[in-house]
Design a binder for this molecule. Sequence first.
Ligand code: FPP
Length: 229
Amino acid sequence: MKLGATPRHVGLIMDGNGRWAKKRLLPRTVGHGAGMDALVKLTAHAKEAGVEYFTLYALSTENLKNRPQSEIDGLFNLLRKYFTGNIGKLREGGTAVKIIGDISVLPQDIREMLQSAQSGSPEGAKFTLTFAINYGGRPEIVRAAQLAAASGEVTADSLAKNLYTAGLPDPDLIIRTGGEIRLSNFLLWQSAYAELYFTPVLFPDFSVKEFDKALKEYSERNRRYGGIK
Ligand code: FPP
């Protein structure tokens, strides 16, 4: 089956902010800030291009454990800046916001900000923007398996219903910037049939034009889901 179409759900691993900053002799947090500017532009473009679900890997469980506190604090400040500065515009534009991951360990003001961003989402939105924050695919699957077992039914369907992503379709396309060729614990269950696109471009340089290259490549791929042609 040749799709020739826009992916309904795109996942994005935004890697390379640190290297982008290092090349310019700037602190890593400046790189994350430049990444945030890139993501604001990409989000508007994805919506215009007809993508319905856009899922961003903003902070992994491993990032939270293994990065210096100063960098984590910088990322928390960017989250504060992003959500205070953009939530109004997102709502006006009819965008729903969803958070996946274990946010229970985040500072209280961030938890409240994320919860209010989600709960204020419009009904029947045509565009859903999901942020993976303190997210890891393995802990997500373990949690879902425990919940499914407690409900007495462990099947692929019951497990999927207990993932953080319940209600979202599986991603059609996963993009990773920054040159590494791996998923790093992102949407492990959900990516079973996703097309993968890797680019060496560092995330702050990943422009709308670069995003369109990924969409074009997706449209030219064959998706067979285990069948023939
Ligand atoms: C990976 O780059 C990126 C992150 C750990 C954070 C991503 C965050 C943003 C794009 C900005 C803030 C996000 C929101 C939602 C407001 P890296 O630091 O691992 O880069 P490196 O591999 O070059 O060191």
